[in-house]
Design a binder for this molecule. Sequence first.
Ligand SMILES: Cc1cc2nc3c(=O)[nH]c(=O)nc-3n(C[C@H](O)[C@H](O)[C@H](O)COP(=O)(O)O)c2cc1C
Ligand code: SF4
Length: 484
Amino acid sequence: MNDSAKKRVRTPLPDAAWPTRAVAAESLLFSPGRIGPVETRTRTWVPAMVPWRASEDGFVTPEVLDWYGRFADGRPGVLVVEATGIREIASGPLLRIGDDRFLPGLRELVRVVRERSGGATRLLIQTIDFLSIRRRPEREKFLSRFLTITDAHRERVAPGGSDDDVRAALLALPHDELLAVLSEREASDLEHGYRERVDDMHLPHIAELPRTLPSLFADAAARAQEAGFDGVELHFAHAYTMASFLSRTNRRTDGYGGSRENRVRLPLEVFASVRARVGADYAVGCRFLGDEVIEGGSRIDDATYYGERFAAAGMDFLSLSKGGKFDDAKQPKVGQAAYPYTGPSGLECMPTVFVDGSPFGRNLPLAAAVRERVHAAGHATPVVGCGGINSFDLAEAALRDGACDFVGAARQSLADPDWFRKVELGRGDEVRRCIYTNYCEGLDQKHVEVTCQLWDREFGDGEANVTRSKDGKRRLEPPAWKPE
Ligand SMILES: Cc1cc2nc3c(=O)[nH]c(=O)nc-3n(C[C@H](O)[C@H](O)[C@H](O)COP(=O)(O)O)c2cc1C
Ligand code: SF4
C-alpha cells in the first residue's frame, strides 16, 4: 500500500441550515413525546455518557451535580444518567445504585436537574451489570501463578512432570509455540487479560446469574423510583452482562443461551422483575444493540426480534445502539485492562469522521428496522435513534421518515449541552459543533474526567474559580450560555 492509500479519509462536517424559531416550533423534534406514562416536552434525548466524576466508592459528587446540571441547562426532552452499577462492587468513579446509602446523592441529582431545566427535562438513569475483567498480566506471572495446569499442557510440554515442571517448560517456550499449546481461552487470558463470560458455567456465580440478576435490577429500579427519577433504562447494550446474554456468542446450555428465544429469556425476566417492583405507572425501557458488529455476533435480524419481544412485554421505550464489544478490542498493554471501544465494533458505537462512509446518522437504519418490526407487530413503543446526529435537518428527517421517535445526540450534546435549546430558540448558528474525532472517548478510555476539546481549555475573564480536572489543566464543564 502506498502512503496516500494509507491516509485516513476525513468526512467533512456537513453545513447545517438552522431553522428559525418559528420553524422549530412547528417541527416534530420540538413537539411533545411520550415514554409510557411519562410525557416529554420535546423529542430530544441525551443518551447515557459516563463522565468519570463519581467518588471512588460510587457516590454522587458536586462534580456529578454540576455535570448533569449543565446538561439540564440545555433543557433536553430526556436526559439519561450514565451507566450506574447495580451491585455492591467497587468500580472506581462510576455511579452506583446497589444500596440505599446511594439514595441521598441520587435524590440531590434529581433535584438539581429539575431545578436547572425548569422542570422541562425528564430524567432517566441507566442501570448496568458487568462481569469481572482483569488487567493483561505479565507473561511470567501468568504462567507461574494464574494458569491452571491441565493434562493437555502436561502431555505437550512435560509428560509425566509435576505442575512446576510444566510451568517451567511453558515459560521456556518461544511465544508462538506457547500460544499453540494454550487453549484459545487461555491464550486470550494471557494476551488480553482474564475476562468472565456469561457462558462460564463452571463458575457458580455465573451459572446463577438468571437467579441473581432479576432482583438486583429490580432493587436498583425501586431505588431510582424512590430517588425521584422519571424512569429507568436497563443497559442491555455494548460489552456488559445483559448484552452478552443477548449475543449470538452466548453458548449457555441452561435455557439462557443458544437460540434467540433462549438468549432473550433473561433480559425479559429482568424486565418482568423490574416491572413487578416499580408498577405499570413508571417508565422502564432498555438500550440494546441493533448490531454487535463482531464475528459470530448478533445482527439486525436478532435485534428486530428482540425489539418485538421487548415491546410485547410492555417496555416503554427501546433505545438502539451499535457495537462496543470486548471481542474485537485492541490488545491492552501489560498492566492495563481491555477497553471495549477500541476495535471496529467500538468505532461503530461512536463513529468518528474517519470511519469508512459517513458517521452522520450512521446507525439510524438499525433503529428504523426495529421500529418497523415493532409497529408491524402492533406496538407503538417509541424507539430512540442515535449515532452522529448533529443537525436539525438530520434529526427532523429521522423523525419524519419514521426511523425513530426520539433523537439521541451524545457527543454533540457533550460539545454543546445547550445545542437543542439554541436550535429551538432559532439560534442554531451559535451551536458549538462536535467534530467527531473522539478526544472525549480517549479520556473515557483513560478513566479520567471526560471533557470536550472544544471547550476544556477555554478559561474566560471572571472564571478564575472554574472547577478543573484533577491534573488542573482542563475545565470540567463548558462555559455558560445565556439565552437572553
Ligand atoms: C464519553 C462517553 C461515554 C459514554 N458512556 C455511555 C454509557 O454510560 N452508556 C451507554 O449506553 N452509552 C455510552 N456512550 C455511548 C453514547 O451514549 C452514544 O451511543 C454514542 O456516543 C454514539 O452517539 P453520538 O454519535 O451521538 O455520540 C458513551 C459515549 C461517550 C462519548
Ligand atoms: S471531544 Fe471531540 S468528539 Fe468528543 S464531544 Fe468534543 S468535539 Fe465531539
